[in-house]
Write a protein that binds this ligand. Structure first.
Ligand SMILES: Nc1ncnc2c1ncn2[C@@H]1O[C@H](COP(=O)(O)OP(=O)(O)O)[C@@H](O)[C@H]1O
Ligand SMILES: Cc1cn([C@H]2C[C@H](O)[C@@H](COP(=O)(O)O)O2)c(=O)[nH]c1=O
Length: 215
């Protein structure tokens, strides 16, 4: 029987760093490890998991974890002991595939992903994995605007669709207070308040953020 371990948190909290640490620990112990990420994530590389600070490991980029067996072949898949999964919020069928990998195929599955989207809403199926998991680690980073821990991800780009692949160009890690203040600006701009004076919503939020930075 395998096991399920979750690493979650907002962007820039160190989720991918922690995942790579666990991959390297397992490799040092001589375990056979495979790294998988969602093919949606083309941000820094199409075939590597990459941290915001530039650490990277090779990976399979898939729509869903269940495709791994087909990509590796039956014999190679059977030999795998540890499966490390990044950007789990984007993977289809996450709960079914992770449960099957752990409980039917005997793998140790380590799953890293966002605890919520920029609206602090459920994102993909990672929260549904919690009741099935052995361990859950919630990471925090540093707020972009103060010394407090970051709990949430603020979107600074104009798009309001849930899925928007990006890094520091489109998102900032924030504490509760700065999320509360700056998300209110983002919502107001998205609703058209002040749109006449500020036709570019992104610019308006960026202005607010610059104001906070200087404060
Ligand atoms: N606002 C930021 N912009 C770019 N890089 C950042 C920012 N905040 C932190 N980092 C760097 O990102 C690293 C964490 O990256 P990573 O493990 O990829 O995080 P996550 O997977 O949680 O997004 C930190 O150790 C730090 O070096
Ligand atoms: C908050 C939020 C994030 N995303 C995207 C942006 C990035 O491509 C990934 C998260 O990457 P990280 O490894 O955690 O830094 O998710 C999104 O599409 N929608 C959102 O609301």
């Amino acid at each position: 029987m395998g096991s399920i371990h979750i690493i979650m948190g907002p962007m820039f909290a160190g989720k991918t760093t922690a995942l790579i640490d666990r991959v390297e620990d397992a490799q040092r112990l001589g375990q056979a490890v495979v790294v998988v990420k969602s093919a949606v994530d083309t941000r820094y590389s199409v075939d590597q998991v990459v941290t915001h600070s530039g650490r990277r490991v090779p990976c399979f980029a898939l729509q869903r974890l269940g495709q791994l067996r087909g990509r590796l072949g039956e014999e190679a898949y059977r030999a795998v002991q540890v499966v490390a999964v990044d950007e789990a919020q984007f993977l289809e069928g996450l709960v079914d595939d992770v449960r099957a990998a752990a409980e039917e195929d005997g793998k140790t599955v380590i799953v890293a992903g966002l605890n919520g989207d920029f609206r602090r809403q459920r994102f993909g199926q990672i929260l549904d994995l919690v009741p099935l998991s052995d361990t859950v680690k919630k990471l925090r980073g540093r707020c972009k605007f103060c010394e407090q821990p970051s709990l949430f991800t603020l979107r600074i780009a104009a798009s309001t669709q849930q899925q928007l692949v990006g890094g520091a160009d489109a998102y900032a890690p924030v504490c509760r207070e700065h999320y509360h203040d700056l998300e209110a600006v983002r919502r107001a701009v998205a609703a058209g308040v002040g749109a006449a004076e500020h036709p570019e919503p992104e610019a308006k939020v960026a202005q607010a953020i610059a104001g906070v930075s200087q404060a």
